[in-house]
Unconditional design. Sequence first.
Length: 733
Amino acid sequence: MARASALKGFRTHLILGLVGVVALYLIQVRNYLLFHSLVELFSVTVAFAVFIVVWNARGDIENPFFAVLGVAYLFIGAVDLLHTLAYQGMGVFATDGANLPTQLWLLGRYLEAFSLVGAAGLAITVQSRSRPRSKRDDDSLALVVVGYAAVVALGLSSVFVFDVFPQAYSPAGGLTDFKIVSEYVVMGLLLLSILFLSRRRERFESRVYQLLVAAVALSVVSELAFTFYIDVYGVSNAAGHFLKFGSFYLMYLAVVKTGITEPQKTLYRALARREAEARRFEEAVEHSGHAVVITDRDGTIEYVNPAYEEVTGYTEAELLGENPRILQSGEHDDAFFEELWGTILAGEVWESEFVDERKSGERFVVNQTIAPITDEEGEIRHFVGVHKDISERKKQEQELLERYDLLFNSIRDAIFVVDRDHRITNANPAFTGLFGYELDDVAGDSARVLYDSEESFARVRREVRKRANEGRFTQMIEYEKRTGQIFPGETTVFRLHDADGEEVGFITLVRDVSDRENRIQQLKVLDRMLRHNLRNDMNVIQGYADLIRHRNGEAVAEDAREIIETSDRIVETVNKQREVTELLSRSRPPQRVDLTSAVDTVAAAVREQYGPVQLSVSMPEECYARAVPSISRAIEELVENAVIHSGRTEPAVEVSLDCTDEWAEITVADDGPGIPEIERQVLTGEIEIGPLQHGSGVGLWLVDLIVEQSDGVLSFDEREPRGSEVTVRLQAE
C-alpha cells in the first residue's frame, strides 16, 4: 500500500516536472530573458523554501546534513537572485554586459558546491542527534549562518566593491579560462559530495539519498553545459538552465518534500513509537519488583509505582506532593543526608542502604539508588530513586553473623583473621588467651608479631602462595606469645572470600600443641636421665657394696655412708621425676600468684635447711603475677640448685624480684661453677637431648616445665668472673 502510494506520488511529480519543462521550452522559444528569469526565480524560490522549512524544523532534524544545507541555500538563493537581476537585458544594474551575471553565477555555484561537500562531510563525521534540541545546537547553527554571511559578503565585495573577482565573460571571446576552469572545479566538488553521500547512505532514507544524488548529478551536467556557450542567449546556456531547473526541483523533492515534510510523518511515527516505548517502560516500572519514586529537584514526590506503595504502606495519593523524609526512621544523622544531597546535586549517582519506617511504624532496610535526571541543557530537573527492600536479607545476614560470632567465639583454638597483606583484622577470645594480646593491641598490625621469627612468617606466606588452588592447608609453625614464650602451633589456614567470590584474606586457626610436644620431650628427658643418672648411681652402690664385702672396720662405715648418700640422690631424682610426671599429667591454668610471699617462703626454708648460706633477697612489698601454683616449687628448685652446686663452704646466692605494670621477673644468681652449657642448650632447644652432666638436670627440667605452663620465659646468663644467673619472666597481674 505504501509502495503504491509512493509510486503514485512519484508519477505526479514527474508529470508536473515535464509540464514545467515543456512550458519553459515554449517560453524560451518566444522570450529567452523571461525563460531565464523564470528558471532562476524558481531556483531562488526552492532555495528559500529549503531554508525556511529547515530552519523551522531544525528542532526535529536529526541529520546535520539537512541543517547545514538549509542555511547554505538561503545564501545560494540570495546570490542567484542577484545573478537573475544582473542578467543581460534586465537593466537593473548599470553594467549591462554578461560578465557581472557570470561572476555572480560562479559565486553561487562555488557556494553550492562547497556547501554540498561540507554538509556531506559533516554527515560522515558527526553522529545524528537523537536528543532534543538544546541551546548549544541553536548557537552552533547561528554560527553557521554568521559564517555563510561573512563568506558571501566577501564574495560580493570582491565583485561590486573591490572589483577583484576574476573576469568570467569577455564580449570578444566569450567564456574566459577562469570561468571554464571554475565550472570543472565545481563539477569536481559536486562529484566529491556524491562520494561522501555514498559513504553514509545509511544515514538517509533510500528515496532521499536517490533524489539527492540525482539532483547533484544534474548539477554536474548543467555545469558541463555552461562550459560551452558563447552567447548568454545560446542553446548551451538554455540547456544548462533546463538542467538547473531539474536539479533544483529534485533538491526540493529530496530536502523539502521527502527529506523533511515526509520525515515529519516519520517523526510522528517515531514519536508514537517512543510513546509506545514510554508506555512499555511505564508498564515495566509499574510491574517492577523494585520500588520507584521520582521527585523534583527539591525532593517533592511526583511519581511512585505500586511497589513503592506496597513497600512503604502509603498510597500514591498520600505520597504525591510529600518529601521522602516522610519515611525517615531517625536512624541516619544529618551528615548522612548532607552527603546524599551533595552527591546527587553534583550530578552523581548515590547508592547506599537506608533504614526507613513504614506507615505502620515498622522499620525496614532498603538498598537505594538515587540518580539525577537532566534536561537538554544538562540542568538537574528531577531525581529518580530505585528502592529494593532487603529487610529479609539483612535479617538472614544478622542471623548468620550471630551464628558465626557464636561459633567464632566459642572455638577453643585461637583464631586470627588477616587481609591479603597479612594485617590482623579480627581474632576470637581464645586468641587472647593463647597469645596474650587483646585484638585492639594488634588490629591493623602485621601478623609477623605472632611468629617466633621472620623465617616462620615467610614460610606461612610461601605456603599461601604455593597452595593458591587449595581452600585450606595445615602445617606446624613456631609462634611467640606476648610474654616472649615460644610454642609450637598446629596451624590450619583457610582462604577468606567476599560475597563476590574475591579472595580478601585468610583465617588462621592455631592449636597450641606445646603440652603434647612437651610430654614427648619430657619423656625423652626422663628416659635419658633415668638411664644415665640411675645407671651411674647404681654403679656406685654396686661398687661400695662389693667393697663392704671385702673390707672391715672404719672403711666399712665410710662405704656405707656413700651408699646411703647415693641412695638419697636416687630417691630425690625419683621424687623430682614424680613431680614432672604429675605436671605433665594434670596441667593447671595460670592464676594470680603472690610472688612476694612465695620468694619469702622459699628463702626462709633454704636458710633453715642449709645453714651457713649468704642468701640475699631483694623484692618489693607486693608483686602479683599469672602463674601455676607450683611456681614456688620452681623458685625453690633454682635457689637449692644454686646452693647445692656452689662448690663453696659458704655459698653466696642472690634472689631478686622486680615488678612492672606488664612483667614480673625473678632472678637467682650464684657464685658457683655455672650451669653446664649442654644442659642449657637442651633446655632452650638449641640441641637435641643428650647426656646430662649432673643430677640437677631433672630439677632444671622441672623448673622449665613449670615456667612454660605459667606462660613465662626461662633464660640463662653467665656471671663474671664466676657463677650463673637464671631469670624467670612472668606476666604481671
